[in-house]
Design a protein around this ligand. Structure first.
Ligand code: RB5
Length: 151
C-alpha cells in the first residue's frame, strides 16, 4: 500500500509525524508531495499533486493537511475521480470509506490535535467500501464530473 501525503507550510511538522505513524504502524510506503519548508506554500499545489498521484495510480490513497484541512481538500476535490473527506473526528472518516469510498482524507493541523489525527487516520485506513446501495450514488458523482466536462 502506498499513501501520498501533502501539506502546506502550516503543517510541516504535523505531516512528518503522521507519515512516521503510518510507516511504523502499518508498514506502508508514504510518498511526500508537500512542502518541508515553513516558507509560505500555497495549499492548492500540494492538494492537486496528491490528487493526481491517486488518480494516476502512483499511490493508492492520499492524505492532505493544511491549517483547517479545507483549502487543500477543495483543491483535491477539483481533480476528477477524487473523493476527499475533511474530518475532525474518526466516525466520519470511517463512514466516508464505507459509504462514500473516499480516496483522500484531509484534516487541519490547527484544528485537530495530533493524537486525534492518528485516530482519524486509523479509522479511515481501516474502513472498507461497502458497495451495494452506495454505488449508485458514487456513480452519480461520476456523472456530475462528466456533465461538468461538457459544459
Ligand atoms: C494558511 O494560512 C491557511 O489558509 C491554510 O493552511 C488552510 O487553512 C486553508 O484552508
Amino acid at each position: 500500500m502506498k499513501i501520498g501525503i501533502g501539506n502546506d507550510h502550516v503543517a510541516v511538522e504535523y505531516k512528518k509525524q503522521i507519515s512516521e505513524y503510518i510507516k511504523e504502524k502499518y508498514g506502508y510506503e508514504v510518498i511526500n508531495y508537500g512542502t518541508d519548508s515553513t516558507e509560505r506554500f500555497n495549499y492548492p499545489v500540494a492538494g492537486e499533486a496528491v490528487a493526481n498521484a491517486v488518480v494516476s495510480g502512483e499511490v493508492d490513497k492520499g492524505i492532505v493537511i493544511c491549517g483547517t484541512g479545507v483549502g487543500i481538500s477543495l483543491a483535491a476535490n477539483k481533480v476528477n475521480g477524487i473523493r476527499c473527506v475533511t474530518c475532525s473526528e474518526p466516525y466520519s472518516a470511517l463512514l466516508s470509506r464505507q459509504h462514500n469510498n473516499t480516496n483522500m482524507l484531509a484534516f487541519g493541523a490547527r484544528v485537530v490535535g495530533i493524537e486525534l489525527a492518528k485516530m482519524i487516520v486509523d479509522a479511515w485506513l481501516s474502513g472498507e467500501y461497502e458497495g451495494g446501495r452506495h454505488q449508485v450514488r458514487i456513480d452519480m458523482l461520476k456523472d456530475i464530473e462528466e456533465r461538468q466536462k461538457n459544459r
